[in-house]
Design a protein around this ligand. Structure first.
Ligand SMILES: [Fe+2]
Length: 212
C-alpha cells in the first residue's frame, strides 16, 4: 500500500540525518554532502525537441502520478521500468530487474544518452523516466526506500528549468540545478522538490547500479 506521506505504507519515516554512505559511490570533497554535480553544459535542446515531437508525450502513461501520492503533481514518461515478469511476489520497491519501456522507442535520444552515460560512469542500466513538474507544483517529502534503491545511485539531468534553477532538498541540504547540468544526489534521505518558477521543469531522472 502507498500512503500520502511515504511511497510505501507500513514503514516508518526516518527523519534522522542520512547514514554513513549517502551515495554508493562516495562523494568527492566538495561543497555538498548530499549532492554532486557531475557535468554541466549538456545540450538539452535535442531532448526537448524529441519530447515535443511525440504527440501527447506527457499523457501516454499516468501510472506514476496516479499511484504514488507524493508524485501526484508531476507528469512522467517512463523510459526504463521494472520488469514485471520478474517480480516473483516481491514489492515493486524490491525488484531489481528493469528494461526499456515500449514507450521509450519514441525517445531514442534519451535511450542513447542513458546507455552512453552508464558506460562512461560505470553503472548498470536501471529505471529511468522523463519528469515534468509544472509551475507551482511539488514533489512532497519522501524517502526512496526498498532493495532496489538501496544499491543504486540517483541522477537528474536538467533538461529545462526556470532562471533560478530547479530547487531540490535532501536532508539538510538544498541546491538549485540549472539547465544542462547532471547531478547525483542522495535519495535515501528525506527529499522534496518545488517548481517555484513560471516555467515547466523537465528532468531526466535515472538510477544506475555501480559496477565493480
Ligand atoms: Fe524520490
Amino acid at each position: 500500500m502507498i500512503n500520502a506521506n511515504n511511497e510505501i505504507s507500513g514503514e516508518e519515516i526516518d527523519f534522522s540525518p542520512p547514514k554513513k554512505h549517502p551515495h554508493l559511490v562516495p562523494l568527492p570533497e566538495g561543497p555538498w554532502k548530499q549532492f554532486e554535480m557531475i557535468k554541466d553544459g549538456v545540450d538539452t535542446a535535442p531532448f526537448l525537441e524529441e519530447i515535443a515531437s511525440v504527440e501527447g508525450a506527457w499523457d501516454l502513461q499516468k501510472g506514476r502520478q496516479d499511484k504514488i501520492p507524493v508524485q501526484r503533481e508531476a507528469k512522467s514518461i517512463p523510459i526504463r521500468g521494472m520488469r514485471k515478469s520478474k517480480m516473483a511476489g516481491r514489492k515493486p520497491v524490491n525488484v531489481h530487474e528493469s528494461r526499456f519501456t515500449y514507450t521509450s522507442q519514441k525517445f531514442p535520444l534519451a535511450r542513447k544518452f542513458l546507455e552512453e552515460f552508464a558506460k562512461e560512469w560505470g553503472g548498470e542500466l536501471s529505471r529511468a523516466k522523463l519528469v515534468l513538474l509544472p509551475p507551482g507544483n511539488r514533489v512532497y517529502p519522501h524517502i526512496d526506500r526498498g532493495d532496489y534503491y538501496r544499491i543504486r545511485d540517483r541522477f537528474h539531468l536538467i533538461l529545462q528549468t526556470g532562471e533560478q534553477g530547479s530547487w531540490l532538498r535532501t536532508a539538510d541540504e538544498e541546491v538549485r540545478m540549472k539547465t544542462g547540468e547532471l547531478w547525483r544526489f542522495n535519495n535515501k534521505g528525506m527529499h522534496e522538490a518545488h517548481n517555484d518558477s513560471d516555467t515547466d521543469r523537465i528532468h531526466f531522472i535515472f538510477d544506475l547500479k555501480p559496477i565493480g
